[in-house]
Ligand binder design. Sequence first.
Ligand code: ADP
Ligand code: MG
Ligand code: MG
Length: 254
Amino acid sequence: DVILSVKDLTATVDGNSILKGVDLEVKAGEIHAIMGLNGSGKSTFSKVLAGHPDYKVTGGSVSYLGQDLLELEPEDRSRNGIFLAFQYPLEIPGVSNLDFLRVAYNAKRKQAGEEELDAFDFDELVREKLDIVKMDAAFLNRSVNEGFSGGEKKRNEILQMALLEPRLAILDETDSGLDIDALKTVAEGVNTLANADNAMLVITHYQRLLNYIVPDYVHVMANGRIIRTGTKELAMELEERGYDWLMVEETAAV
Ligand code: ADP
Ligand code: MG
Ligand code: MG
C-alpha cells in the first residue's frame, strides 16, 4: 500500500526556488526519517505537504492514498488523515484544550461518515489517550498550548496524533529545540502509534532522535532534493562523519 508518492516536486517561496525535485515513496507500515543540514529544505517540504499558502508548487506531483494531494485544501488534507505536527503548536487563548481536541476529532469522524462523539464520550476517549503521552488531565482544561513548555506542547501534539490516528504523520522537529524528555515523548508516541496501516515521516537534524525511533529508511536532503537514501546505518554514518562527504559525492556526481 503506497501512502505517499512524491515525484520531482519543485516549490518556491517568494519567488526563490527551494525544493528542486524531491522524490519520495512511503508505504503503509513504514517509518521514514528525513535528515539534512539547516536550510536544506526539510521544513519547506513539510509545509508544502501541509498546503501552506506561502509555498508555491511549481512542478512535480504528490499523490496521497491515490489522490492528488495538491488539489486538496489544507483542512481536507488533515480530515483525510494527514497529521502535521507543526500545524498545532500555536497558542489559542480562551479555547480549552479539550474543546479544541473534540472539534478536531469530530471533524475527522464526520469526514469518515461517522457520528460525532458527544462531550461525555469524548472525555472518556481522551482520558484513555492521555496515558500514552503521560499527560496530566489538568492540561485538558487549560487554553490550547497557552503557557505550555516546549515539552508540554510536544506531548500535546502527540496526544492530538493519538486521537486523530492519522494514516500519515509528518513530524518536523527541526526548530523545536527539544530537550531529551520531549525527544523521548515524540519517539514513544511514534513507536506506540506506528502500525501496519499508517506511516510516519520524521524530519530531524538530530541523529539522537533515531536512538529512540528505528526508521525503515533514512533520507538525506540537501539543496532541495533527497540526495541519498539508506537505513539507520546511514544516520549513524552521518553522526560520525557529518554531511560533507555526501555533499562532495553529490557534487562529483553532477
Ligand atoms: P530546513 O528545514 O532544512 O532547515 P527550510 O525548509 O526551513 O530548511 O529552508 C530552506 C531554505 O528556504 C533556506 O535557505 C531558507 O532560508 C529558505 N526559506 C524558507 N522559508 C522561506 C521564506 N518564507 N522566505 C524566503 N526563504 C525561505
Ligand atoms: Mg526546518
Ligand atoms: Mg521545523
